[in-house]
Design a protein around this ligand. Structure first.
Ligand SMILES: [Zn+2]
Ligand SMILES: [Zn+2]
Length: 128
């Protein structure tokens, strides 16, 4: 796994997916260019997504209940259920996993969080 600077990544087309570090398994999305923040939110809410599985199973057809990410495709709740409790990370099309927290804080004019990916507790922005 190689490291690339944030500025370089922003300039290139970079599609993001969700990856399980424990199983080396990836749920792919379509053209989720620079959407690492969205992928991080899916990882963060894996338990909520997984909780849809019993509902989907009771309805009996996955076509009836879908969690759509718009043009990026559908989230597969069964994938998240299978990897619940594992280390889920956003991964890009160059097989680079995210190391910095990608979340931006609305209450701080969308300033980026400065902590590492997957940190506990609240996001922190740089103070001047
Ligand atoms: Zn897994
Ligand atoms: Zn954060």
């Amino acid at each position: 796994m190689q490291q690339r600077g944030a500025a370089t990544l922003r300039a290139m087309s970079t599609d993001w997916h969700v990856h399980c570090l424990d199983c080396n398994d990836t749920q792919t999305f379509d053209d989720a260019n620079h959407r690492e923040e969205l992928m991080a939110l899916l990882c963060r809410h894996a338990a909520v997504i997984s909780a849809l599985v019993p509902l989907i199973q009771d309805i009996g057809s996955r076509g009836c209940v879908a969690l759509s990410l718009g043009s990026y495709g559908e989230v597969d709740p069964e994938w998240f259920a299978k990897h619940l409790g594992h280390r889920l990370v956003p991964i890009n099309e160059y097989d680079e996993v995210l190391t910095r927290c990608p979340l931006r804080l609305e209450r701080h004019d969308f300033a980026p969080c400065v902590r590492n990916y997957g940190h506990d507790g609240d996001c922190v922005v740089a103070t001047h």
